[in-house]
Ligand binder design. Structure first.
Ligand SMILES: *Cc1c(COP(=O)(O)O)cnc(C)c1O
Length: 431
């Protein structure tokens, strides 16, 4: 059902792709087949409830390996919050994806993945302990920690770049304890991601059941399609197609949108909005992919110089650059521009955005300036409070802090410092 994009072979079941994370050749898994949704689905689209809609979108990707009732149950637990589309300007909506438990869009992928794993662990008597190892640029850590907290048979190890995540992000991933360990890495996100990938091909570690919970894992990547389906449904724009701007770092989210389109969702154009880590905007200009050294920005969840999921995007477009160009525009924005984006939204629309959402807003605005007839949404991927200092400095006002965040601030952080791969390896071997 899933094959490696490296050799287009090694087809595995959903369960195997879920537990392996990365294919044996270190490449990413991709579904063997992407089926278009049938006319029956579209005829009933508007009146279908969100859970049923999600079930129809996702069922083929779990390959009948999870029975209907169980899959439905996982979906209900995953989508237990709202995804409002808020009008912020003419033809411009913010699709808020941050109303989940850790206030960033990654909650959906993390919860779906933990639900699927929990199902297999419970029902197929997997006796071995599973270690989930995950690199985070900020929000993945909290979402994965929350999704897997207390799940029997699973240990979670989170690698995050020292000093490069926000205070609230760090609290979310270091204060849970229980089956969650947080490793603070001297270096950027790309270094964390590189180390995680290395553990999977390390023979000394292959006796351990190691897997990843980054968007390289199909169970985290694929459910992100739901934002686009739900967004389209919530907008209620009959017979019209959409333009979507996605704040992008590792490009899992954008790539899920493209998969949704491949299934038939009427999205006309995608905008990838990045920060100074502009590997993809450069690619779209030159057609040449050149990974870059990561630079730190105020949109830290997008500080990725070598986005893992880009290979999936190329595959969706059959590695045809011209076809990709027709449907994707990529812009980069500096921190200064992003800060003024937050101000713009606040002063002109009384809309408070986080820096990532503001970047996406800028991308959409730029695109609509040349395509004024289109209707667009930008994905607001995190709650502004997660980037408190940046947002307050930008709008020059204090913002209200939700109760759950105030509680978090009283908790004690637990973390272990890691300098290099050897230290990570001995940590894993010692468990
Ligand atoms: C992870 C993240 C992104 C980037 O998403 P990708 O799927 O990695 O491109 C954007 N915004 C926020 C708030 C995030 O946490």
């Amino acid at each position: 059902m899933y094959l490696s994009l490296g050799n287009k072979k090694d087809a595995v079941s959903f369960k195997d792709a879920l537990f392996k994370g990365l294919a044996p050749d270190k490449s990413l898994y991709y579904p063997v087949k992407v089926k278009k949704l049938n006319t029956h689905f579209w005829k009933n689209f508007k009146k279908t409830d969100t859970f049923s809609l999600a079930y129809h979108v996702l069922k083929d990707y779990t390959n009948n390996e999870i029975p209907k009732e169980d899959l439905f149950d996982i979906i209900k637990k995953t989508l237990n919050f709202s995804f409002p589309a808020v009008l912020v300007d003419k033809n411009m909506y913010s699709l808020e994806l941050f109303h989940g438990p850790t206030m960033a869009f990654k909650d959906v992928g993390a919860k779906f993945m933990s639900g699927c794993m929990e199902y297999f662990i419970k029902n197929e008597n997997l006796n071995e302990k599973i270690t989930i190892i995950v690199a985070t640029s900020g929000d993945t850590g909290g979402a994965v920690a929350n999704g897997f907290l207390g799940v029997d048979g699973v240990d979670v190890v989170i690698l995050y770049p020292k000093g490069k995540v926000s205070e609230i992000q760090e609290l979310q991933l270091t204060t849970l304890g229980d089956n969650i360990s947080a490793l603070e890495v001297d270096g950027y996100f790309d270094k964390c991601q590189e180390m995680v990938k290395k553990t999977f091909v390390d023979n000394d570690l292959n006796k351990k059941m190691l897997t990843s919970a980054n968007s390289i894992n199909v169970a985290r990547w694929i459910p992100q399609m739901l934002y686009y389906f739900i967004g389209y449904k919530n907008l209620n724009i009959e017979n019209s197609s959409l333009v979507v701007s996605v704040p992008s770092g590792n490009f899992g989210n954008l790539c899920a949108g493209m998969l949704a389109k491949k299934m038939g969702l009427p999205i006309k154009h995608f905008i990838a909005s990045t920060n100074e880590n502009d590997t993809v905007p450069k690619f779209m200009k030159t057609g040449k992919y050149k990974k870059q050294k990561t630079v730190s920005t105020i949109t830290n969840a997008m500080d990725v110089g070598d986005p893992s999921n880009f290979i999936r995007i190329l595959n969706i477009y059959d590695n045809n650059f011209e076809n990709l160009k027709k449907e994707l525009t990529a812009y980069k924005f500096s921190d200064k521009e992003t800060l003024s984006g937050i101000q713009d939204l606040y002063n002109n629309s009384r809309y408070l955005s986080d820096p990532h959402g503001a970047t996406a807003y800028l991308g959409l605005k730029k695109y609509l300036a040349n395509n004024p007839k289109e209707i667009g949404i930008f994905l607001e991927t995190a709650h502004p409070v997660k980037f408190l200092d940046t947002v307050e400095n930008s709008i020059k006002e204090k913002i209200n802090i939700p109760k759950n965040i105030l509680k978090l601030k009283k908790k004690k952080k637990r973390k272990i410092g890691i300098k290099d791969y050897e230290q990570l390896k001995s940590f894993l071997l010692s468990r």
